[in-house]
Ligand binder design. Structure first.
Ligand code: MN
Ligand code: MN
Length: 467
């Protein structure tokens, strides 16, 4: 069946809400370019909305009851939020999940070097990218440097219009004849994604005995020392991410879309935690929003979905509710229902050949349900149950939320994975859902303002109504 364009149903008042929510989202995108920044930003906002840090509650043995709001911060790179429901945990939770890491270039642990009077930083790319897209554009550097004494500096350079930007040079077309004949995957190679950061040598006294051998690198180190109090060796204990510089922008003459770095997967993470803040004071089910790191590199690590963080946190929350037992925890997880939200590929009229038009996502038709993901015959996919999809359809239709179904491209064209299958390991019902994106994993991605608004409406409906 064909799905209606969501824009068609909006009243003037709806339109105002759609555009107002988009402004909030744009500001979130502009301020949050890394998983750490998303976590810090979100914690501030949810604390203001009454969410309390679980660590303090555990320490004080504070009891939780229905209506209470609590969150756990996973090493500054992820969050689990809970609003306690009136039903027992064993009946299951309604869970929204999304990831907050995005493809980018990470600095290596010994990044800074000098070559021909230029200072550069070595990088190792994070997530799946077309490397040639990341050259010749303004880039910013975000992250943390941890000194040996345990102190930490937070870095963000390249976002303020007064800041300098950094970047990766590209080969001039005049000398690119051989390069242009190469396969796309090797036009620009991973090892060549070196970020140019300086070209000015430090001055040494004329007859000084110890003239700097690498004066341009020395200049950069001098600046880092003066501005941030860090040394070359401190890069060993740093996490610095090179990301596209600049704010999220309206896209299209009608301003119906947003172009930005990091829609994948902040376009799902943002309405997910916002939906939690729209809940009534009491809900039957315990409602949960889970924002995780490391999805783009396989969800491994302590901050990825494969870690025990979520399960451990649920156990802690149940314990504070006086409702914990090992069996109770297993039942709570098994009886939960989840929307695992991640971006989907929107149909692109420039590249129609990779899509099957009846089963792909379109901009402006609301969040997309992907019953299955995977590749080569659904391999690696969480294939959602028809019974569960029917329940979601019913509540979305009841609340007049636009949605569509689709899959990532034609059969055998490619594929992708999400965090859905990991949560499904608990035996719970999970379905992949999310917002459609153009230019996925490019430095600038595009989404429709109607889609993120419908996602918000859908998430609220899900949390409130799923039985
Ligand atoms: Mn991705
Ligand atoms: Mn994603």
């Amino acid at each position: 069946m064909e799905r209606e364009n969501a824009w068609k149903k909006y009243s003037d008042a709806d339109m105002e809400r759609v555009f107002a929510f988009s402004e909030e989202y744009k500001s979130f995108l502009t301020n949050c370019k890394t998983e750490r920044e998303v976590t810090d930003f979100t914690v501030k906002e949810i604390e203001a909305a009454g969410y309390r840090n679980i660590d303090a509650l555990i320490e004080n043995g504070t009891e939780l009851r229905a209506g209470d709001k609590v969150y756990a911060n996973n090493m500054g790179k992820g969050i689990a939020m809970f609003q306690i429901g009136s039903e027992s945990f064993e009946k299951g939770m309604n869970i929204l999940g999304a990831h907050i890491d995005s493809p980018r270039l990470d600095l290596k642990q010994n990044p800074l070097y000098e070559d021909t009077d230029l200072a550069l930083l070595e990088t190792h790319y994070y997530g799946g990218i077309k490397k040639y897209q990341w050259t010749a554009r303004p880039m910013a550097i975000h992250g943390v440097i941890c000194r040996e004494d345990g102190t930490k500096v937070t870095i963000s350079i390249g976002e303020d219009p007064e800041d300098p930007v950094l970047g990766i040079s590209d080969l001039l077309i005049h000398l690119a004849a051989k390069q242009m004949d190469k396969k796309g995957s090797v036009v620009v190679e991973g090892e060549d994604l070196n970020v140019l950061v300086g070209s000015m040598p430090v001055k040494t006294e004329k007859d000084a005995e110890d003239e700097e051998k690498e004066p341009v690198k020395a200049m950069i180190l001098k600046i880092l020392k003066e501005k941030y109090g860090v040394e070359d060796a401190d890069f060993e204990s740093s996490e610095l991410e090179i990301v596209p510089a600049g704010p999220a922008r309206d896209y299209g003459l009608d301003r119906s879309m947003i172009m930005s770095y990091g829609h994948d997967d902040r376009v799902c993470a943002f309405p997910s935690y916002k939906a939690m803040l729209e809940l009534p004071e009491t809900t039957a089910k315990t409602c949960v929003c889970l924002l995780v790191d490391k999805e783009e590199i396989g969800s491994m690590g302590a901050t990825g979905m494969q870690s025990m963080f979520f399960e451990n946190t649920v156990a802690e929350v149940m314990n504070l509710c006086g409702d914990y037992s090992e069996l109770g925890l297993r039942r709570a997880l098994r009886n939960s229902k989840m929307l695992s939200s991640d971006v989907s590929a929107a149909f692109d009229p420039n590249y129609p050949s990779v899509m099957e038009k009846n089963n792909c996502a379109y901009l402006g038709k609301g969040p997309v349900f992907c019953k299955y993901t995977g590749a080569r015959g659904k391999a690696g996919s969480n294939d959602a149950n028809a019974e569960y999809i029917s329940e979601i359809r019913a509540i979305f239709n009841k609340d007049n939320v636009s949605y569509q179904t689709g899959e990532l491209g034609k059969v055998d064209e490619g594929g992708g994975g999400t965090i859905a299958y990991i949560m499904a390991n608990y035996g719970m019902n999970v379905i992949d859902s999310g917002v459609a994106v153009l230019n996925m994993h490019a430095p600038n991605e595009i989404i429709s303002k109607a889609d993120i608004y419908e996602a918000l409406m859908g998430y609220v409906s899900f949390l409130k109504n799923i039985k």
